[in-house]
Design a protein around this ligand. Sequence first.
Ligand code: GLU
Length: 600
Amino acid sequence: MRGRSAAAVVFSAVVSTALVSPAHAEAPPDREPVATGFGGAVSSVDPDATAVGLDVLRRGGNAVDAAVATAAALGVTEPYSAGVGGGGFFVRYDARTGTVSTIDGRETAPAAMTRDAFLGPDGEPRPFDELVNSTLSVGVPGTPATWQAALAEAGTMTLAQALSGARSLAERGFVVDQEFHDQTAENAERFADFSSTADLFLPDGQVPAVGSVFTNPELAHTYQVLAEQGAGAFYGGELGRAVVDTVAAPPVADGVTRDVLRGGMTLQDLLDYRALERRPTHVVHDSTAAGEVDVYSMAPPSSGGTTVGEALNVLDALDEKFGETTDPVQSEHRKLEAAALAFADRNRYVGDPDVQDVPWHRLLSPWYAAERACLVSQDEVLPRPVAPGTGCSTTPVETPEPVEGPSTTHLVTADAAGNVVSYTLTIEQTGGSGIVVPGRGFLLNNELTDFNAEPAVEGQPDPNLPGPGKRPRSSMSPTIVLKDGRPLLAAGSPGGATIIGTVLGILVDRLERGVPLPEAVAAPRVSEQNGAAGASAEQAYVDSERGQALAAMGHVLTPAEGEIGAAAALEFLPDGRIQAVAEPERRGGGAAGVVHPDDK
Ligand code: GLU
């Protein structure tokens, strides 16, 4: 394996007996979008997962333990978005040292992957669906290594203890809700192509009914194996061998005639995998409502931290240039322009920093933002797509829209000591590759489709082409904001490339406009990606007075197919309480909880 500049996080096998988590009633806990109180907090998209995380905090675990426990539970109840077959980015504030650190648990291309891997015999990119529903797009999963690394670094529990709640949830099952039902139904056709997937998610050939109890004893067993053997069971052990066998020979169902493309993952690829400690991105943002804050997020190979950070810097530069504004349309106009500029740079410069030079310190420097801001006017909209790089030229470049779906999941945790975790994890598409590892109860990712099959702009270097041992560029933006060195906010969201707009929107609403966090999370969303077709926006955004005023200025707002993102966030209130915030509506509503609610 080629060398990596970041320090490899060492994980060691943990052999220990799992704690038995207390059984609770089959009915899922209530979905509360907002919870305020003391003693720690969890927010995720799912009430069972949030309950598992809170249970860990109540039993004395810290924010890291709770984050791993919640993530593992999401692997049970949100198996189409997250699980041990995928990867993610873990951002953590340490209350003892006052520092933010990150773990890059991104899926990685096998050593056998070539630059042309996604091109067909005619030299043209293969159809996207063909790549998704294949093992060619399966990256070496990073999630088990992330969990073990996070616990080793800053947890108080063993992996066995942190997985205990999720294991019993998988055993006793959860009540199928409309969201799980609908996601299964949307994927039923491709799930039926693989016998292991159909056996698990389409019992008796049917989509599980709303209100029925869905159990996953095979996943419970997988968690038991991890509990007993540590992440080594995955990276070279029995679970890893099962992954490699599945990639080599996916269990294609009888009668399926289409060619399922195969990847070249080997056991050595799993042995070589490392969850990496990386320095977070950091910008100092001079916000109107909260004053000067430090915004930390995920560095490359995610483009989340650089793109959100650059956009915030451009907003600061625009305040310098034009003066601060409280006008809602002007403020939103500036946000969209800043996002377009930052996206141009993201597409041109951000990829795996261990494979090529990624100038992310430059992208995040205030002088660079000041140069970018020279293009922006107060009353005219920059023609899209804007060009990357510095200078006041507006020559547009053609950049295709990224193909990324609304999958993935985000969670935040905090504990009584003030430690905070902001963690986004994924298997890429909703349902990943559609291929369950037989007998193991989890889906394999299709994360490598986040590579560009060919250069996005002809004749221009592309940092995100496939390559051996390379990590595809992500948009995940798990973010932690500090005020005077202490945590103020944590936020993140799923949604592929729209994640950046969702996180930027929440930060701008909360920090610039002083909107309370629950309203900032619930607000109609827009995703400006510097596309020629304009920004994609939720219908409520398009229809709003502000949306119409922006359109009148020249912003092109294209209604999104459905909702954008599914955020989870938390805030430390001035009186010392924590407010956990989840979606009130999107994805059927999320679940926020605190250890000691105000009203109890
Ligand atoms: N693969 C996407 C990324 O890394 C996440 C998938 C999604 O959120 O839809 O940015």
